[in-house]
Design a protein around this ligand. Structure first.
Ligand SMILES: [Zn+2]
Ligand SMILES: [Zn+2]
Length: 455
């Protein structure tokens, strides 16, 4: 498998003398498996030059374009991707659908008459759209698993296995909780504490993320911020490079490409960040290889010729919500209820409200919502008690529960996951992040935590 970076920059193209080394184009990666299959990860501005190169090959181009999501920096290159305008070429485009739009409609809207002279329909090549959720599918013998990330819009991470080589593409993702591991001994140095077990991960979302990355030969991970920057950039949907390094170590990944570089990080800054993360891995006794991805960089991963065919039953979670989902918001603070209600009302849900734990339980039993957003500290019954009651009753067991509360003790959170909640969302609520978390909870297959662990 050969991986080539055509665009490594996040948010907006940043060409110029200060970004010559790591590059200024937005996300686009070419993946060629040993059997010649062409996979393209995202279609940012880096896709323009990839397209020029493919055109020189002079034969019909067949490729699979795997989109993480439809934010501009990941799709803007489509309008400059020459092969897509040539009859005889064919592309299958994968990605999650929009909230009230299909994937095709979302991509077509960036090429509407007001913005671009040629519509998606008239591009020339054969475009096939495949909407995906969480799960797995095959492209020939290549096995691809998908998992939703924690971003401001539904975003998919891809785990690609061809022969014995595995890469994971995980960009536009923010930690589920600002602290990765529990019970960091007081006074212990932040670095150099040694490799931690995933059982010590505070938030189940981060733990599942690590399981998804497990053992990859190459992990391409969002590293837009430094830890210090992240303190003021929470809820923008991006990771500090330190988190990317720590999850890669915990997942026993072999190589980590720091990716989606912030537009304000010039070459000198990224060199320092790269060294900082290398030092962080070394201090934990990890053999992880860390580098900041450079535009033009190529990496060969052995697939071990003669490797066995990967056969798995392709399976996928829901892609579209089958009915109008019912959501119960339970919080004794009226202003919080209002904030959550306002966030979610754009998404066509039926919303119910409870102001104490007992009322929440009664409504849940009577109306069977798809999802309950529970505050922990409520009168009559607290959030844990409500969660436990719903979980222990076969009639309400399948209701998805998320606790929504102010950042509390790590032990509180661990306790929450132990009583069977699916997610733990901390206040203050950020509208886009909450909408996406709710969406992914509703779509997500209720799969065991291990996910792609064994692959
Ligand atoms: Zn992005
Ligand atoms: Zn994004």
């Amino acid at each position: 498998m050969r991986v080539k970076f055509w665009g490594t920059r996040g948010s907006i193209p940043t060409p110029g003398p200060s970004t010559l080394k790591y590059g200024g184009n937005t996300p686009c990666i070419e993946v060629r498996t040993d059997d010649g299959t062409l996979i393209i990860l995202d279609c940012g501005s880096g896709a323009r030059e990839l397209g020029e190169t493919l055109m020189k090959e002079g034969r019909p181009i067949v490729a699979h374009l795997l989109l993480s999501h439809t934010h501009w920096d990941h799709t803007q290159g489509l309008t400059a991707f020459a092969p897509a305008f040539v009859a005889g070429n064919s592309f299958t485009i994968y990605g999650a659908p929009g909230v009230n739009q299909t994937l095709k409609e979302v991509l077509a809207s960036q090429m509407a008459y007001t913005y671009f002279p040629i519509t998606l329909e008239r591009m020339g090549s054969e475009l096939t759209f495949r909407e995906i959720g969480e799960g797995a599918f095959n492209i020939g013998d290549i096995w691809i698993a998908t998992r939703f990330l924690n971003h401001t819009v539904l975003t998919v991470s891809y785990r690609i296995k061809a022969g014995d080589a595995t890469i994971v593409y995980a960009t536009d993702h923010e930690p589920y909780y600002p602290v990765l591991h529990r019970n960091h001994p007081p006074g212990a140095p932040k670095e150099g504490y040694g490799i931690r077990s995933t059982a010590e991960v505070v938030h189940a979302g981060d733990r599942q993320h690590i399981h998804f990355l497990y053992g990859a030969d190459l992990l391409i991970h969002d590293a837009q911020f430094t830890e210090a920057e992240y303190k003021i950039m929470r809820n923008w949907g991006h990771s500090p490079a330190e988190y990317a390094t720590d999850v890669a170590i915990a997942a026993q990944v072999k190589r980590l490409a720091l990716y989606h570089h912030d537009p304000v990080h010039n070459d000198r800054f990224l060199e320092t960040l790269e060294q900082h993360c290398q030092g962080r891995a070394a201090a934990q006794g990890s053999s992880l290889i860390v580098f900041a991805a450079m535009e033009g960089q190529e990496i060969d991963l052995p697939e071990q010729a003669g490797g066995q065919v990967v056969t798995r039953t392709p399976q996928m979670s829901q892609v579209h919500l089958r009915h109008k989902p019912r959501i119960l918001i339970a919080d004794n603070d009226e202003s919080v209820v209002k904030v959550i209600h306002n966030c979610l009302q754009a998404d066509d849900y039926e919303i119910m409200i409870a102001f104490d734990g007992e009322e929440a339980l009664n409504i849940a039993r009577q109306h069977h919502p798809d999802l309950v957003l529970l505050d922990i500290r409520m009168p009559k019954k607290n959030g844990y008690e409500v969660a436990r009651a719903l979980q222990s009753d076969p009639a309400t067991q399948d209701i998805v529960i998320a606790l929504v509360t102010v950042q509390t003790e790590e032990d509180d959170m661990v306790r929450g996951f132990e009583v069977g909640v699916a997610d733990y969302i901390t206040k203050p609520i950020h509208p886009a992040m909450l909408r996406t978390r709710v969406r992914s909870l509703l779509l997500r297959a209720r799969a065991p935590e291990e996910g792609a662990n064994s692959n």
